[in-house]
Design a protein around this ligand. Structure first.
Ligand code: HEC
Ligand code: HEC
Length: 212
């Protein structure tokens, strides 16, 4: 039943995503060169090519522009209803125009993500959860939305997870679990993360680091 609900939500999200894709294509695409210049401000943490080397910070290389733009808009909202708050990112996002954000999104999307490795210790459980979920716990397979190689789905708003840094993934899953991150429409990731224990979160995060 719970799984069925999740799938219905998934289908609704895809429907919504397709709608926003129509709006999205009506916008001019971002300017990669201008985005590259703007990204010098971001390089201290995310690196010049968006492959953050600090494992607690997110990689941005290869991320879908629609997801990237939406998250930056949510950081701008910050602690307001429906926003996403981070002291550094909310402060920075507030200084950027809509055009800046579109150009940054185009630049990072043009970069190639540097995939990491999975510690063999976490491989069996991580792979099991990512590819098959856990029926007993009501955890759906991540592959259903984030794809077999972690490529996500731009139209549906499912982010790229390929090679994402494990410390960052663990932190986000914990924030969804605690309800601190509320940027997920219909609470889709909050519902999933609540069903995961620390071991599940660690395993899937390390699996994602080497996923490609
Ligand atoms: C001082 C370090 C720092 C700087 C500088 C910085 N970021 Fe971040 N960024 C972070 C951290 C830490 C997070 C994760 C915050 C969280 O948990 O919400 C983050 C998250 C993000 C995310 C969300 C990623 C995702 O997968 O959801 C985006 C997008 C982003 N940053 C873009 C930028 C851009 C664009 C700039 C430059 C204008 C920038 N950042 C500058 C540290 C930084
Ligand atoms: C029904 C679709 C769906 C399923 C299944 C799903 N996700 Fe997600 N996931 C999403 C959506 C949509 C977002 C973006 C939510 C937001 O904007 O906060 C997301 C975001 C994330 C993020 C944050 C990415 C970032 O860059 O900040 C992580 C980490 C994540 N999912 C991991 C997982 C894992 C691990 C699983 C499997 C246990 C999973 N997801 C299953 C739809 C899904």
């Amino acid at each position: 039943m719970a799984i069925l609900l999740l799938f219905q939500t998934c289908r609704r999200l895809i429907g919504l995503g397709l709608l926003s894709a129509v709006v999205w294509t009506a916008h001019a695409a971002g300017d990669v060169e201008r985005g590259k210049q703007l990204a010098t401000t971001c390089a201290a943490c995310h690196q010049a090519d968006g492959n953050a080397t600090q494992l607690d910070w997110p990689k941005l290389a290869g991320q879908h522009p629609a997801y990237f733009i939406r998250q930056m808009q949510l950081y701008q909202l910050g602690q307001q209803e429906g926003g996403r708050y981070d002291p550094v990112m909310s402060g920075l996002a507030a200084t950027l125009s809509e055009q800046d954000i579109e150009d940054l999104a185009a630049f990072y999307a043009s970069q190639t993500v540097a995939v990491g490795t999975t510690d063999p210790k976490w491989l069996p459980r991580g792979e099991q959860l990512y590819r098959g979920g856990d029926i007993q716990k009501g955890i759906p397979a991540c592959i259903a939305c984030h794809g077999p190689n972690g490529q996500g789905n731009e139209q549906a708003g499912f982010p790229v997870l390929t090679g994402q840094n494990p410390g960052y993934v663990i932190e986000e899953l914990e924030e969804y679990k605690e309800g601190e991150r509320q940027s997920d429409l219909y609470g889709i990731m909050r519902t999933i993360a609540k069903r995961m224990d620390q071991e599940d979160i660690q395993a899937v995060a390390h699996y994602i680091h080497g996923l490609h």
